[in-house]
Design a protein around this ligand. Structure first.
Ligand SMILES: NC(=O)c1ccc[n+]([C@@H]2O[C@H](COP(=O)([O-])OP(=O)(O)OC[C@H]3O[C@@H](n4cnc5c(N)ncnc54)[C@H](OP(=O)(O)O)[C@@H]3O)[C@@H](O)[C@H]2O)c1
Length: 253
């Protein structure tokens, strides 16, 4: 049976990816740091869907954690044919308030781990002649909001670059660029600025995940779930960058 490996599977979008893929009959490998949450989820998922569920506890901000997951992706006896690079976090503070260790750890999870795991997956998948890599980026990558926006701009650009590198290998690459989505992300990042935003700006994880997996099936490279975010980002991308920077300065998130 086909197997998907999902990073950041213990909550939010990752949890939704796991449920949707398992419900569609895929075996799943769940990766995150929270062993308790992953084990509980694994039991529920296996019981409800009958698929095989593996738990891989790993901290993707460390070289050891990333190497463990890369090794699993390269295991020829248990091939993974869909990698979902989803783990991510928001930093609680602005660039002048964070420590450099916090900044580097965030970069390691959202950039370094995406690179290392995509490399391991691409090698293994290309050797078999098929597979897909799905990277969770963000509309923030088109904006200018601190290092998080830069990491997501990298994820989008990296995915586009992967597509040409993987041409002819049978392996596809897709980036999904969600807007604000109801998950634990903002609570964990202690970002209050979004609390008063109207419901219309929020997306549901089910919607984001369905759009992302449909894009993988269609071999689409970039997908921005929802017409409103697609339209808004179409406008942002043609605005003078000075306006985009000014928007970021005013919102400071
Ligand atoms: N929510 C939004 O508005 C939004 C919008 C655009 C893009 N995104 C992106 O969507 C992705 C998923 O975020 P989410 O919204 O679902 O947030 P979430 O509910 O906070 O989930 C984040 C996941 O990442 C995992 N994670 C964080 N640090 C990790 C580390 N060092 N090692 C391994 N796993 C780690 C967490 O698991 P553990 O804590 O158990 O390790 C958790 O499973 C992220 O890449 C985020 O940037 C979110």
């Amino acid at each position: 049976m086909a197997t998907a490996l999902i990073t950041g599977a213990s909550s939010g979008l990752g949890e939704e990816f796991a449920w949707t893929l398992a419900a569609a009959g895929r075996d799943v490998v769940l990766v995150a740091r929270s062993q308790d949450r992953l084990s509980e989820m694994a039991e529920l998922l296996a019981g409800a869907t009958g698929v095989s569920v593996e738990v891989l506890v790993a901290d993707l901000s460390t070289p050891e954690g990333t190497a463990t997951v890369a090794m699993r992706l390269g295991n020829p006896d248990h091939p993974v044919d869909l990698l979902v690079n989803n783990a991510g976090l928001g930093l609680k503070k602005g660039f002048l308030e964070t420590t450099v260790e916090e900044e580097v750890a965030a970069l390691d999870v959202m950039v370094r781990a995406v690179l290392v795991l995509s490399h391991a997956a691409a090698q293994a998948m290309a050797a078999r002649g098929h597979g897909a890599i799905l990277n969770v980026s963000s509309v923030a990558g088109w904006l200018a909001n601190g290092s998080y926006a830069a990491h997501k701009a990298w994820v989008t650009a990296f995915t586009e670059g992967l597509v040409s590198q993987l041409k002819g290998s049978g392996v596809t690459a897709t980036a999904v660029l969600p807007g604000l989505t109801h998950t634990e992300f903002h609570e964990r990042a202690q970002v209050d600025a979004y609390n008063d935003l109207p419901e219309i700006v929020w997306l549901e994880p089910e919607h984001v995940v369905a759009a992302a997996l449909a894009a993988v099936r269609r071999k689409q490279v970039l997908v921005t779930p929802s017409v409103r975010y697609g339209t808004a980002m179409g406008i942002v991308r043609v605005l003078p960058r000075a306006w985009v920077r000014s928007l970021a300065r005013r919102s400071r998130v």
